[in-house]
Design a protein around this ligand. Sequence first.
Ligand code: C2E
Ligand code: CA
Ligand code: CA
Ligand code: CA
Length: 275
Amino acid sequence: AKEDGKNTWRHFSMDLRNKIEGKVRTEQDLRFAIERNEFRLFYQARCNALTNEIVGAEALIRWQHPTRGLLGPGDFIPVCEETSLIHEVGLWVLEETARMQVELARAGYPITLSLNLSARQFTRSTFLSDILGLPHRIGCDPSKLELEITESLLLRDEVAVLELLTAAKNAGFGIAIDDFGTGYSNLAYIQRYPISSLKIDRSFVQDTENSGAVTRLVIALCKSIGIKSVAEGVETQQQLDWLRAHDCQEYQGFLFSKPVPADEFRQLLAGNKPA
Ligand code: C2E
Ligand code: CA
Ligand code: CA
Ligand code: CA
């Protein structure tokens, strides 16, 4: 038993060491990832729930790592957030999404692209000017860009966040609350903050049996205050039928398309005819 204990400890400390070394390596690699052009944005279509027409897309980051292959945000965004790399990576996401918006509009697809922001990005003093300068720097249409933030951010530093979001909204940008229903769900801020869309978390969408009443209420609330209701994580036709029956405006999920590289997304757009 004594030997077992020792082995367990050794395994534990090796695991921990591997983890720490892995993280250090990830951090070192991340520092070069932008220069080496290793980040990619994948796009997941966002559709009108009634017609299935693609009305937008969410940009989701991936890292084409030279040796580890294609990595998802869970593999490196936390490391970015713990270091200050998130500012640089976040700026790249903003600009790359803006470039894609310009390109799609020129190709005849004036759809809305949304992108994810980390709370940590709001702490950088240049963040607001980075956002407000996008139309000038990139030539994008801010009304075709939507910034996705999570509920928890709104509870942090109310005044600073409210000011920043209001300035972005006044400049024409859309603002979406992401993963709605998983945080504190304080309905008060929905009217206080300049929100254009509410993205209902997939845990609600995929469990209408238990969450149907709440989802219905959220959809009705969106309607009454004039913001878009967007269902996330729609995987089955049944889920979509339910959302249609309850007047949800837009949806995204594997049922229509998983997130795909830019080229594939352009093909998806080209083949998309409203029903
Ligand atoms: P999120 O913003 O809630 O994005 C939706 C996630 O759900 C995506 O995972 C997407 O691939 C996945 N998803 C979409 N449809 C379905 C579905 O029908 N079923 C299921 N089970 N999943 C679905 P992904 O791409 O791995 O992103 C995970 C999270 O990483 C995102 O969650 C977001 O919080 C974060 N993230 C992604 N890109 C960025 C970025 O550029 N910057 C920052 N700060 N965070 C990002
Ligand atoms: Ca999101
Ligand atoms: Ca989400
Ligand atoms: Ca999420």
